[in-house]
Design a protein around this ligand. Structure first.
Ligand SMILES: Cc1cc2nc3c(=O)[nH]c(=O)nc-3n(C[C@H](O)[C@H](O)[C@H](O)COP(=O)(O)OP(=O)(O)OC[C@H]3O[C@@H](n4cnc5c(N)ncnc54)[C@H](O)[C@@H]3O)c2cc1C
Length: 262
């Protein structure tokens, strides 16, 4: 089984996010780039499946990002992915979700996969729209929020987390899934893994390799970001000093009641 995992390279989630007011884009310089946290769970799912399926199962990680961020992908290789593919091209700059997913889908078609595992959400763009858009462009079934997966012949048996429990779903291969954070904590890269990752391949792809039949980048995008604003500053909180628990609870109840929240 050939498993491909999409891994977005994002600014360190712990660093303060800044928007360049002229381009309205996230400032990525001066901030460490890391693997998108959700995608580490997606990779963990792929590695678990590979361990269970054994045989000739392989795990390839795929990213669309500037070439300068290539080395960030080594962490995924150190965790256990077999190889990586990086799609980079100045023509992709300014691509919205529509254009990004279009370019990514062509790259994924070229790489080929039996199972595509996509993280549920990026830490920077956070639209959560990429998995659905990829499935549409690739014309593949998509099962979201998967917490457990088992290969059974030419199909997958999946458990999908819902608000009220979980569903058991079957999907034929090839298909795409997104993973729930309950799939399992991403593993740490071992020293052996880190050393081995240095020799693994990160294959380059450019727009010219994809045979696209329409534009990407700004002119191939259907949306435009009009403004990006920080959340409004919070008003001063109300401090209630209560003599005991019961008085405190009453004060909270009255506060909520006044606002028709209880
Ligand atoms: C008008 C406009 C212009 C933009 N210009 C730029 C730009 O110049 N540069 C830029 O970096 N972004 C740009 N963006 C943002 C970019 O379009 C999104 O980051 C991208 O479409 C993915 O959306 P998302 O981040 O919301 O991912 P989500 O949909 O939240 O991500 C879900 C999952 O999809 C996968 N995924 C998403 N993106 C990638 C990727 N690139 N590689 C691998 N896997 C991925 C990951 O597995 C991720 O967990 C622009 C957006 C708009 C609206």
């Amino acid at each position: 089984m050939k498993i491909v995992v999409t891994v977005k390279l994002v600014p360190d989630p712990n660093a303060e996010k800044r928007i360049d007011t002229s381009t309205k884009r996230l400032v990525r310089t001066g901030v460490e780039t890391v693997l998108n946290p959700y995608d580490e769970y997606a990779l963990e799912a792929a590695l678990q499946l590979k361990e269970k399926a054994g045989g000739d199962t392989t795990v390839t990680v795929f990213a669309m990002a500037p070439e300068s961020l290539k080395e960030t992908l080594r962490k995924a290789l150190a965790m256990g992915a077999d190889d990586a593919v990086l799609l980079s091209d100045p023509a992709l700059e300014g691509s919205d979700v529509w254009a990004t997913s279009y370019a990514m889908s062509h790259a994924l078609k070229k790489i080929g996969f039996d199972l595509l595992i996509v993280g549920g959400l990026s830490d920077d763009g956070s639209t959560g729209a990429t998995p659905g858009a990829l499935a549409e462009y690739l014309q593949t079934p998509l099962v979201t929020n998967v917490r457990k997966a088992d290969a059974e012949g030419n199909s997958l048996k999946l458990e999908r987390e819902t608000d009220t429990g979980y569903q058991t779903v079957a999907a034929p291969l090839p298909c795409a899934i997104t993973t729930a954070l309950t799939f399992g904590e991403p593993r740490y890269a071992s020293l052996k893994g880190i050393m081995g990752a240095k020799k693994k391949t990160i294959a380059p792809l450019t727009v010219g390799d994809l045979g696209l039949d329409r534009e990407v980048g700004v002119s191939g995008s259907k949306t435009a970001l009009l403004a990006a604003n920080p959340p409004a500053a919070r008003g001063k909180g109300q401090v209630v000093e209560a003599a005991d628990g019961a008085t405190g609870a009453k004060a909270i109840f009255d506060f909520l009641k006044e606002r028709k929240l209880v």
